[in-house]
Design a protein around this ligand. Structure first.
Ligand SMILES: Cc1cc2nc3c(=O)[nH]c(=O)nc-3n(C[C@H](O)[C@H](O)[C@H](O)COP(=O)(O)OP(=O)(O)OC[C@H]3O[C@@H](n4cnc5c(N)ncnc54)[C@H](O)[C@@H]3O)c2cc1C
Ligand code: SF4
Ligand code: SF4
Length: 691
């Protein structure tokens, strides 16, 4: 103990404006603590976290030779670091500090002032007793690798990658699909400016490919992660394309050569032709008669593709890929391999298998995006039962000039619809499916209403619950749609029917909707229905969450460390979030967040080192019985087993001090800095002493 063994405690209690002061009798807490043994100074202050509040602590440490400090205020998550730093600035070891949470644990959860004050006093007393047993701890400095792994190559991943690469950081961008671009690559126009999505996105995609600081791995996934902030070791598995990436120039001759022919009901649904037309070196060759149906995933299954394909004309990289599930050669070994014959560059290699890359990075940005709600889950909407019910993403493809219909909105019979119903909030704001508002559906519904009207001149009926247009220029866009004559009906669509009750409904689909403004149930006959499906976490988000040691909020989107103070950080140090994997958002918000994630990663890396928290656990080798109970329980994989010594060993750089192993060890051989037995018992005894 410092100061000749004499304990000299400074106690500070915060009003937190009226957050604490409204319920807790703060001066009484300070007064009571001033009488505790060892307390030299006891003060209350309006905002302890403010600069004057911190200065008060620092000055007292110097003036009163304090060697212990207790602050009763808000949550340690918010301000433990603030006060530890202040204590450190005054020359005292920062771990001689203890914080008491009398906001979340007291004033926010109790109404009775008397009882709340008693509880605040009991918790403060316990902290004062505990801090006596604190020992000085030292933070450790760990070097940081100047490279970043970005997982997911949608607009979020692309933007973060370019920002970091431009700042001189080495970036590994890992994308699961054959091309980067994510959902945005499927759109024709973007709300509210209606600017061309490809004009914004494709130059950025090309920059990613060309940037000397970016290594782009498509058709790849991160399968393993070790290490810690500053020095993560990631395993990336690269799945085979069956085409040598350095040889393929994307001439597409092989696609035409493939013996498998595609077919589809829509005459205008073309694949190679659409690719060729959209490219400057187009020669306009049309593929031969089609015989097989392989849904083109990029076109949401509205067109077909061959076993050898490229997802879309501007795909990055411009390299074809062979689908092993449909390629005759890979599946049966019996194909003429006309694709190989056609390839002048000898780029095919059917012997390719998975390859593994091991990389070391200082930080990670997770930008894995979202999936759209599956409308099959709402049987009343008859998606796939009725031919003319489409999802918004399907219509996004249809309206796209390089999409399955060459930009025409047409029904299965090839005709233009004369009336279209757009159903908002499909799977969103609904207790049966997803409670949250998907934030972009109102706006993309308006966008599609505008585009469909522009392409077909059809009457458009938008059925909405509330119109949510909370962005720059968004409300104005809604006004524009009103002026364009789009009909808006306020009410959730109950069902979509195909049986007529009048002449006007014959041969039509009917939206049955309660018009909550007019106060009656409407039947709206239309030729085509667009379901504005909501945004959901991706199906594999649980695996991704586990791999990167991050948490999920209710609903399953990844959880930020703090919604206001650390919106792109996670509870895993050095792992950041960008884009819709954190929650539904539009492209401007995604790009802003991706920039913020890049800035956070850059700030971390450019420091060159990181200070690791010392409140880690350690195992007493003499006591460990080698039962291995702790190993599987550690959520951060920080414990391994030393077979030679027959004991468990904790890697301090990985340990986050969560305490799980301490509680689980049957032999009591694990101890944790800052949560040692004498400290915890002192705290408990003092709380119980006054019960
Ligand atoms: C129908 C529709 C229309 C829209 N229209 C507009 C509009 O006009 N304007 C607007 O501002 N917003 C619009 N949006 C919203 C827009 O799509 C999103 O804001 C944007 O796509 C979010 O980008 P992202 O990078 O976060 O996610 P995504 O676009 O989903 O990209 C994520 C990427 O990560 C990859 N990935 C996922 N998991 C892994 C993994 N484990 N490993 C490697 N890679 C992985 C995916 O393959 C994908 O490429 C629309 C949304 C929808 C559904
Ligand atoms: S080997 Fe596969 S990709 Fe090539 S021609 Fe045969 S089926 Fe088509
Ligand atoms: S639980 Fe305890 S005794 Fe068992 S291996 Fe872990 S440290 Fe050793």
């Amino acid at each position: 103990m410092e100061s000749n063994g004499e304990i000299r405690i400074g106690f500070y209690v915060c009003h937190c404006g009226s957050n604490i002061g409204r319920v807790v009798d703060v001066p009484r807490v300070a007064d009571t603590m001033s009488k505790m043994p060892g307390v030299v100074v006891s003060r209350d202050y309006k905002y302890m976290c403010s600069e004057p509040g911190q200065a008060l602590v620092e000055q007292d440490i110097k003036d009163h030779r304090l060697n212990r400090v207790v602050v009763a205020s808000c949550s340690p998550l918010l301000h433990e670091k603030t006060f530890r730093t202040a204590v450190g600035r005054a020359g005292l070891n920062p771990f001689y500090f203890q914080m008491v949470n009398i906001r979340e644990h007291v004033s926010w959860v109790h109404e009775d002032s008397m009882e709340a004050t008693e509880k605040a006093i009991a918790l403060s007393r316990a902290a004062i007793h505990r801090v006596v047993y604190h020992r000085p701890l030292e933070t450790r400095r760990v070097d940081i690798k100047s490279s970043v792994l970005i997982v997911g190559g949608g607009i979020a991943g692309i933007h973060s990658a370019l920002k970091l690469a431009d700042a001189g950081v080495k970036v590994y961008l890992v994308e699961r699909e054959m091309t980067i671009g994510g959902h945005m690559a499927k759109f024709d126009k973007t709300f509210p400016t209606m600017d061309c999505a490809a004009c914004i996105l494709t130059p950025k995609m090309a920059q990613v490919r060309e940037h000397p600081n970016i290594t782009l791995w498509t058709n790849s996934e991160v399968t393993g992660l070790d290490g810690h902030v500053g020095s993560f070791k990631a395993t990336v598995v690269r799945h085979p394309r069956y085409v040598k990436e350095d040889l393929c120039v994307g001439c597409l001759d092989c696609i035409e050569g493939c013996v498998v022919r595609t077919s589809d009901g829509r005459s205008s649904m073309i694949s190679v032709d659409a690719f060729r037309k959209s490219r400057s070196d187009s020669n306009g060759a049309t593929p031969k008669v089609a015989v097989t149906k392989l849904p083109n995933e990029f076109d949401e299954g509205l067109s077909t593709r061959k076993p050898v394909y490229i997802p879309f004309p501007q795909a990055v990289p411009q390299i074809v890929a062979v689908d092993p599930n449909s390629c005759l050669q890979i599946k049966t070994g019996k194909c003429k391999q006309t694709c190989v014959e056609r390839c002048e560059r000898d780029a095919f290699d059917f012997t390719q298998t998975d390859t593994t890359e091991e990389i070391e990075v200082g930080a990670i940005i997770v930008a894995t995006g979202f999936k759209t709600f599956d409308p099959h889950r709402i049987p009343e909407y008859h998606y796939n039962d009725y031919e003319e019910v489409y999802t918004a993403l399907e219509v996004e493809r249809m309206v796209n000039a390089s999409g399955p219909t060459g930009g025409h909105i047409e029904m299965n019979n090839g005709q233009r619809p004369k009336s279209v119903g757009i159903v908002h909030c499909v799977g969103s704001r609904d207790f049966h499916y997803n409670r949250w508002c998907s934030r972009v559906c109102c706006m993309y519904s308006l966008k599609l209403a505008h585009l469909i009207r522009e392409h077909t001149g059809a009457e458009i009926y938008n059925c909405y619950i509330d119109m949510r247009c909370p962005g720059k220029g968004y409300e104005e866009f809604y006004d524009r749609l009103l002026a364009e004559g789009v009909h808006f009906i306020r009410g959730r669509v109950a069902e979509i029917l195909d049986w007529p009750m009048s002449k006007a409904e014959e041969g039509k689909l009917v939206l049955r909707v309660e018009d909550t403004l007019a106060g009656f149930v409407r039947r709206v006959p239309v030729d085509m229905v667009v379901l504005s499906t909501g945004l959901e976490p991706r199906a594999d988000s649980e695996d991704v969450r586990r791999l990167f040691g991050i948490s999920c909020s209710t609903g399953g989107f990844f959880l930020e460390k703090h919604p206001k103070l650390a919106p792109v950080e996670t509870t895993s140090d050095g792992v950041y979030l960008a884009g819709c994997c954190q929650g539904p958002k539009d492209i401007p918000d995604t790009v802003a967040q991706a920039g913020a994630a890049a800035a956070e990663a850059l700030a971390l890396i450019s420091r060159g080192y990181i200070e690791m928290e010392p409140n880690t656990a350690s195992i007493d080798e003499e006591e460990c019985s080698g039962c291995k109970s702790c190993i599987g329980l550690c959520p951060y994989n920080a414990i391994h087993f030393d077979e030679e010594k027959n004991v468990a060993v904790i890697d301090e750089t990985l340990c986050k001090g969560c305490g799980t192993c301490v509680a689980a060890c049957p032999s009591g051989s694990i101890k944790q800095n800052l949560f040692e037995d004498d400290q915890i018992f002192a705290e408990i005894e003092e709380v119980l002493a006054h019960v």
